[in-house]
Design a binder for this molecule. Structure first.
Ligand code: 5GP
Ligand code: ZN
Length: 112
């Protein structure tokens, strides 16, 4: 499949890896929007949150829990945010489900 994040998870496209296990892969965003900006992806290709179904419940929870784990590792004591952009209005640009982990600065609300 011609998917950039599938290729990153498979090591076919280089990335700055932060975490890898049997189910997920995490790496530094190429264009960081905050001092910490990590992307967490399932190794399984899912095009986006809108394509997830009940069989993905455990995986979705695991991605969130591992984002919190990486936030602790980065010592984001002041807080952090996880974001999943889904669809054009949210600005999703890569159609392989990913969780953004953002932190290291004050994050505005509501997001743009
Ligand atoms: P989206 O806009 O779909 O929610 O987020 C896609 C993210 O992937 C963006 O923050 C963008 O900077 C990042 N990105 C796109 N292509 C690459 C790449 O080849 N390598 C890395 N590390 N990040 C990428
Ligand atoms: Zn993919």
């Amino acid at each position: 499949m011609d998917c950039i994040f599938c290729k990153i998870a498979a090591g076919q496209i280089p990335s700055r890896k932060v975490w890898e296990d049997a189910r997920i892969f995490a790496f530094e965003d190429l264009h960081p929007a905050a001092p910490t900006h990590i992307l967490l992806i399932p190794k399984q290709h899912i095009s986006g949150l809108d394509a997830a179904d009940g069989s993905h419940d455990e995986l979705l929870g695991y991605l969130q829990r591992m984002a919190a784990h990486l936030a602790r590792e980065r010592r984001l004591a002041g807080g952090f945010r996880t974001v999943v952009n889904a669809g054009p209005d949210a600005g999703q640009s890569v159609f392989h489900l990913h969780v953004h982990l953002l932190g290291g600065r004050s994050l505005g609300w509501p997001p743009g």
